[in-house]
Design a protein around this ligand. Structure first.
Ligand code: SAM
Length: 186
């Protein structure tokens, strides 16, 4: 059985191919941005968003250490601007969201229901057939439950003729463990 991290990475590896345009909607410490930059190769492009300067610094440093910075556009702005960054014709194969706060960072800066859902719309409008949006839901912190409920209510209502929506969750773990919601465009 795969952990949450392993399963999220497997989904990214399934969806992101060489040459693709992909999104890390919450760059944080840059782990997923780096993985995506590896997956899309020299011809691909990663757009990575975070509102926090420390996250942008950490991600830039990690990318430079791995020689991947040229494959990534790092944007210090909210993921709710995805619809402004990409035109309507843009095609995205993969996107990942890690909700919540920056690990080892400022716990008061968290993703929020309205802007997260706005960002989902920006991604889903451009997701190619077979493309995947991965959402890792961290919800143990103040505000986490409200976001979890809003996100689930939104994704549950996506039209099943256009999207498969999956939940991957360990149901016997204590203390609000993270879980995955993944959306695949049919
Ligand atoms: N994927 C990251 C990693 O590999 O380390 C972890 C991301 S962390 C759980 C969540 C991040 O979302 C924080 O760095 C926070 O600053 C960022 N964030 C909060 N609101 C945001 C928004 N509206 N747009 C983009 N990023 C946001």
């Amino acid at each position: 059985m795969e952990t949450i991290l392993e399963f999220s990475h497997r989904l990214l590896k399934t969806a992101a191919q060489q040459g693709d345009t992909v999104i890390d909607a919450t760059a944080g410490n840059g782990h997923d941005t780096c993985l995506l930059a590896h997956l899309v190769g020299e011809q691909g492009k990663v757009y990575s968003f975070d509102i926090q300067e420390q996250a942008i610094i950490n991600t830039q440093k990690k990318l430079e250490e791995e020689g991947l910075a040229h494959r990534v556009t790092l944007l210090q702005q909210g993921h709710e601007t995805i619809s402004q960054v990409f035109n309507e014709e843009a095609v995205i194969s993969t996107a990942i969201f890690n909700l919540g706060y920056l690990p080892k960072g400022d716990k008061s800066i968290i993703t929020l229901p309205d802007t997260t859902i706005q960002a989902f719309e920006g991604v889903l409008d451009r997701l190619k057939a077979g493309g995947i949006m991965v959402v890792v839901v961290y919800h143990g912190h103040p505000g986490g439950k409200e976001e979890k409920d809003a996100v689930e209510n939104y994704l549950r209502l996506l039209d099943q003729t256009s999207f498969h929506v999956l939940k991957y969750e360990f149901i016997n773990q204590k203390n609000n463990p993270p879980y995955i919601l993944a959306v695949k465009k049919r």
